[in-house]
Design a protein around this ligand. Structure first.
Ligand code: SF4
Ligand code: SF4
Length: 64
């Protein structure tokens, strides 16, 4: 399982890219996207998903 970014709500602040412990967030084309092959939902390292924790817009980093 992986998380995804709702592009229409994303302000492109970049916080999630910086916080992701697996480098799964990248700016591609014109938007931030989460690579589902890298995202492990922060399992094992954190109690909460770091992208969702730092995102200033609620419900923008969500389960895919
Ligand atoms: S859930 Fe964790 S591993 Fe997945 S994109 Fe967000 S911060 Fe990265
Ligand atoms: S933290 Fe939220 S608003 Fe900022 S780039 Fe990531 S998804 Fe977009």
């Amino acid at each position: 399982m992986a998380f995804k970014i709702i592009a229409s709500q994303c302000t492109q602040c970049g916080a999630c890219e910086f916080e992701c412990p697996r480098g799964a967030v990248n700016f591609k084309g014109e938007k931030y996207v989460i690579d589902p092959t890298k995202c492990n939902e922060c399992k094992g390292g954190f109690d909460t998903q770091q992208c969702a924790s730092v995102c200033p817009v609620s419900k923008t980093c969500v389960p895919a």
